[in-house]
Ligand binder design. Structure first.
Ligand SMILES: [Fe+2]
Length: 285
């Protein structure tokens, strides 16, 4: 595989909330999350240029079991791009570590990891609270993150975690947010090299600002959390166009810049040319 990283540009694809079940089972008895991930992997493999890394930001499985993680590994096997993962509230640390054993900062406890890609650091932190849906950065994780960011103060970084540290307006998800977002904000303010905070959990594309840093939520390859800003519905999901995020970091002043592309998954009409090759707009012909 050709490495696409350069001092000028690094591409990181983010996929999130895969919710894989054991073979033959659907999430919520309705959503074929395995087929959705298979389509997502196909889409990632055909991206040109190839991303340097795929980050999976939590909820790799729907209900943790060895067979669910084995199914996940089968579905990820065709992925031709290196990947790294952080857990979500639907994961189990021990089962996930057993399935994906490489790259973590410690042999037990939180699944934090640092991936250096050319001039950029991808920092993945474990925000799961065992037995709960809401997120927490444990003391061990906060100490690790502070140390990692302090260790290379001149390198730009993207920070990935499952639980958003900000509200979206979707109430039943907001109550499951990162509980100690203030402690994360304080770290980001001390280490300005983090250029993006990229979360998952909400199964929707969201963009905002957190602690002065651009912040996003990655959509899912399967079901979406219903866009309900008035709590009209009981917690609900809908089937919307599946998608993932492609973060493009470019070198520049102040740790460079990041653009996030929303990438729909599927086969669509096109591409079609705008011009006839001689500068003539085709719609004028
Ligand atoms: Fe989640």
């Amino acid at each position: 595989m050709t490495a696409k990283s350069s001092p000028q540009r690094v591409l990181v694809a983010q996929i999130s909330d895969l919710h894989i079940k054991p073979v033959g089972m659907r999430a919520y008895r309705r959503v074929d999350t395995a087929a959705a991930l298979a389509r997502c992997v196909k889409e990632l493999n055909r991206l040109t240029p190839r991303p340097d890394l795929v980050v999976i930001s939590g909820d790799l499985v729907d209900a943790p079991s060895q067979s669910a993680y084995e199914h996940l590994l089968q579905l990820l096997a065709p992925l031709e791009i290196p990947f790294a993962a952080a857990p979500g509230n639907h994961d189990d640390r021990d089962l996930m570590r057993a399935a994906l054993p490489d790259g973590y900062a410690s042999q037990s406890g939180a699944l934090n990891s640092l991936r250096a890609i050319g001039a950029l650091d991808a920092v993945l932190v474990d925000s799961m609270t065992p037995g709960r849906d809401y997120g927490t950065l444990e003391r061990e994780t906060l100490v690790w993150l502070e140390a990692v960011l302090a260790a290379a103060p001149r390198r730009p970084a993207l920070l990935f975690l499952h639980h958003p540290p900000f509200v979206t307006g979707i109430e039943h998800m907001d109550v499951q947010n990162l509980r100690n977002a203030g402690e994360l904000a304080a770290i980001l303010q001390r280490h300005r090299r983090v250029r993006l905070v990229a979360a998952g959990h909400v199964h929707r594309a969201v963009a905002t600002n957190f602690a002065g840093v651009s912040a996003t939520i990655c959509p899912a390859p399967n079901h979406a959390v219903a866009l309900d800003l008035e709590a009209r519905l009981p917690p609900s999901f809908t089937i919307e166009p599946p998608a993932f995020h492609l973060h493009v970091w470019s070198a520049g002043e102040d740790f460079g810049s990041v653009v996030t592309h929303w990438v729909p998954i599927g086969d669509f009409d096109g591409p079609h040319r705008f011009h006839d090759g001689h500068g003539q707009l085709l719609w004028q012909l």
